[in-house]
Design a protein around this ligand. Structure first.
Ligand SMILES: Nc1ncnc2c1ncn2[C@@H]1O[C@H](COP(=O)(O)OP(=O)(O)OP(=O)(O)O)[C@@H](O)[C@H]1O
Ligand SMILES: CC(C)(CO)[C@@H](O)C(=O)NCCC(=O)O
Length: 400
């Protein structure tokens, strides 16, 4: 079962649905909706009282994603699995049975009414940049083997020293790209952004190749050869390097530049070559802008997140090469296993920030403790950093 793909209508498997689900958080972006929620292990439910106060409860963090254009599938998934009941009660009006769930991203505004109508719960909006930073800090500090470098086909995990994490540059490549200088927990500044991002790759790619899905476009790019369409330094310099300014003959001089003089129509190019050139163009450009922003503030570490990355080897390789090339080896591009879930994780964390440490189960009227994840220096998560096909993460949360 892959709840991460849109179009999933089913119910969770028995193990998950029998356990208690809480803390549903959403990140509703321009292209994708990301969900994070916590389920207690069944063992924890045997003796509810034992786990009721001031103890750690073991369970799993679950991750799922849907296309924003198919929000109704997402709402159906939430409804059929009763995930929306894992919100919290309105703190200003505890007597009311109004349930709130945390949500971030533009869709928290755009779809608030639809969510209220379909799920019967209200959205408590969390600021998007704050959530991205909270999610990134959580992953970097709490999840073992979360960050890695990727170069020449080699993935190497990066050891994160908690005392030497800041400052760093967070580059979130979603539909558009946000670049955020992070100085600590809740301390950050969005220093730049670009509209040439994941949406550009997927949008242009769809138009130019007639691909039906993002993954198909990525797969095509894997098989393509960008030299067919890109104009290389060697194409301009008769096969020679331009060593004086440090450009080898194989460096791209102009993305898509060969299409000017080839006298070929779109249909005469292979979709895989187009996909390859496009992916290099977008990835290179983001890598370069990221590096220039890192340079502005003297940042040596650059973490890339957002679903554009999709753990795709060629994308990461291109970004790494761009950062390495422009920084002359001084700065490092790093990637995150949970790349696309930073905002949703940040919204999940905000259940703690706002002190929602008690709630009423709307189903039974019983009073439940809400699991409170500890963040910052008091971290307990996770028991291991095992990704389990990216669907869930073993963790424990603190019940206040
Ligand atoms: N299955 C998919 N369907 C569509 N796009 C995908 C998919 N997987 C990866 N992507 C890429 O991820 C991008 C969206 O990433 P992400 O979910 O991080 O951003 P978003 O939150 O939708 O956008 P924004 O933050 O700008 O509102 C898409 O533009 C596309 O490049
Ligand atoms: C508008 C957001 C923040 C929405 O997630 C994102 O798509 C973005 O950072 N776009 C780039 C906008 C710009 O700075 O030019």
């Amino acid at each position: 079962m892959d709840v991460r793909d849109s179009g999933f209508h089913g119910k969770l498997d028995d193990d998950q649905s029998e356990s208690q689900i809480s803390h549903l958080a959403l990140d509703i972006g321009g292209t994708l909706i990301k969900l994070v929620y916590f389920s207690r292990n069944k063992d924890n439910l045997i003796d509810e009282n034992k786990n009721r106060k001031n103890s750690f409860v073991e369970g799993r963090l679950h991750f799922a994603k849907f296309e924003t254009s198919k929000i109704n599938d997402c709402l159906e998934f939430i409804l059929s699995n009763k995930l929306h009941l894992g919100g919290f009660q309105h703190h200003e009006d505890p007597a009311s049975d109004k349930i709130l769930i945390k949500a971030t991203g533009g869709g928290a505004y755009r779809f608030a009414d639809l969510i209220k109508e379909k799920l019967g719960v209200s959205i408590e909006k969390e600021e998007e940049m704050e959530c991205l930073v909270a999610g990134a800090n959580f992953l970097l500090k709490a999840v073992h083997q979360e960050a890695y470098t990727y170069m020449d086909g080699r993935k190497e995990f990066v050891h994160i020293d908690h005392n030497d994490l800041y400052p760093y540059l967070l580059v979130n490549i979603g539909s558009g790209v946000s670049m955020i200088k992070v100085d600590g927990d809740g301390k950050f500044e969005r220093i730049s952004g670009t509209s040439v991002g994941g949406g550009t790759f997927w949008g242009l790619g769809r138009l130019l190749t007639k691909c039906k899905s993002f993954d198909e476009l990525l797969e095509l790019s894997h098989q393509g050869n960008n030299r067919v369409i890109d104009m290389l330094v060697g194409d301009i310099y008769g096969g020679l390097d331009y060593s004086k300014i440090g450009l080898s003959s194989t460096t791209i001089a102009s993305s898509f530049g060969k299409a000017i003089s080839d006298n070929r129509e779109l249909e005469e190019y292979k979709p895989e070559d187009i996909a390859r050139s496009l992916l290099r163009m977008i990835s290179n450009n983001i890598g370069q802008i990221a590096y220039l922003n890192a340079l502005r503030f003297g940042l040596k570490r650059i973490f890339f997140g957002g679903f554009f990355i999709r753990s795709h080897a060629f994308t990461m390789d291109t970004i790494s090469v761009a950062v390495n090339f422009w920084s002359k080896g001084e700065a490092k591009a790093m990637f995150l296993n949970h790349e696309g879930f930073l905002g949703a994780l940040g919204a999940f964390m905000s259940y703690v920030k706002h002190g929602h440490d008690d709630s009423i189960s709307p189903q039974s009227g019983q009073r439940y403790p809400v699991c409170t994840p500890l963040v910052g220096d008091k971290i307990c998560y996770p028991l291991n950093g095992d990704l389990n096909d990216n669907d869930s993460l073993e963790c424990s949360v603190y019940v206040a």
